[in-house]
Design a protein around this ligand. Structure first.
Ligand SMILES: C[S@@+](CC[C@H](N)C(=O)[O-])C[C@H]1O[C@@H](n2cnc3c(N)ncnc32)[C@H](O)[C@@H]1O
Length: 286
């Protein structure tokens, strides 16, 4: 691949999906885009770049999609789901007893293992949550992963990764060599196409946001902007769950670590009310 084509793709991907490719990732681009070029009947990456430069929207979307990394598994990192079961849901049920609604967003949901893990935990509370409006919104930039997530069909390998056998028996049925998650759990999750680089304020505000193992692909500036927007999408007493290798520390003060709950963060309400107070002062002075 020519340095010019690589440079073009780097800029395109950064702009379209936030993906920050370092200069040594040519091999990654080649391994993902050469098969895509062949499938599109093109001779190689140079040909592909020329078509994308020429303004082919479907091909551009395919390039963005091909460059996403969709690695995921059920109950990944385990700890956030233990917190969800042991403290977050019980605490939120108390805090939301008046309005009887809970909204959870899984912001880079890939093939569905993460939102379905959340749904299986919530299912344990179904008696206590009877009459509540419970929403799990799962979003991803990739249409391919959303299609698989909606079908809720997983291979033997996928159900063996992180899913306790009791939950497999309870919530899945075998379809040939595959496993489909039962309709009641599937029905708890709304899958929607969403690019986190674009405005997501239309989704409304959430009590819990899982945004795990996606910010690692973004550069510092994009992460800072994303944390600010995620903070605005959370209720003041809501919780953000990040991946095991991710943190807000040293990046933003929009969130602060949740004491004693690894991987969980709370919006920094002091900071947003400071900002609110500053705005009011400026408005009053003006
Ligand atoms: C590594 S997977 C993580 C899946 C899941 N959150 C987990 O932790 O197991 C990252 C996901 O982020 C999605 N993604 C990447 N860039 C995105 C963007 N700009 N907007 C929304 N989703 C994005 C990818 O398509 C992929 O499915």
């Amino acid at each position: 691949m020519s340095p010019l084509d690589f440079d073009y793709l780097r800029k395109l991907l950064k702009e379209r999906s936030g993906l920050d490719l370092s200069a040594d990732k040519q091999y990654l681009v080649e391994s993902r885009l050469v098969p895509l070029a062949r499938k599109a009947g093109l001779t190689g990456i140079a040909d592909l770049v020329q078509k994308v430069r020429g303004g082919s929207d479907p091909l551009t979307a395919d390039v963005v999609e091909a460059m996403t990394t969709n690695e995921t598994f059920f109950f990944r990192d385990k700890v956030p789901f233990d917190h969800l079961r042991a403290s977050l849901i019980p605490e939120l049920m108390q805090a939301r007893a008046g309005r009887r609604s809970l909204r959870i967003w899984c912001a880079a949901s890939s093939t569905g293992q993460e939102p379905y893990s959340i749904a299986m935990v919530l299912k344990e509370f179904s008696a206590a949550l009877a009459g509540w409006r419970v929403e799990i919104v799962a979003t991803d930039i990739s249409l391919g992963v959303l299609e698989k997530a909606r079908a809720g069909i997983f291979s033997q390998f996928e159900v063996q990764r992180g899913l306790p056998i009791q939950l497999l028996v309870k919530h899945f049925r075998q379809v040939g060599e595959l496993w489909q998650i039962n309709a009641d759990i599937r029905g708890m999750v709304q899958h929607r196409h969403l690019n986190l680089m674009q405005d997501f304020s239309h989704l409304g505000s959430f009590d819990v946001i899982f945004c795990r193992n996606v910010l690692i692909y973004f550069d510092q500036e994009t992460k800072i902007g994303m944390f600010n927007r995620l903070a605005r999408a959370l209720e003041p007493d809501g919780v953000l769950a990040l991946g095991a290798a991710e943190s807000v520390v040293g990046i933003t003060d929009a969130f602060k670590p949740y004491p004693d709950r690894r991987g969980l963060y709370r919006p920094n309400v002091a900071r947003s009310s400071d900002a609110g107070a500053r705005l009011k002062l400026v408005a009053a002075a003006g």
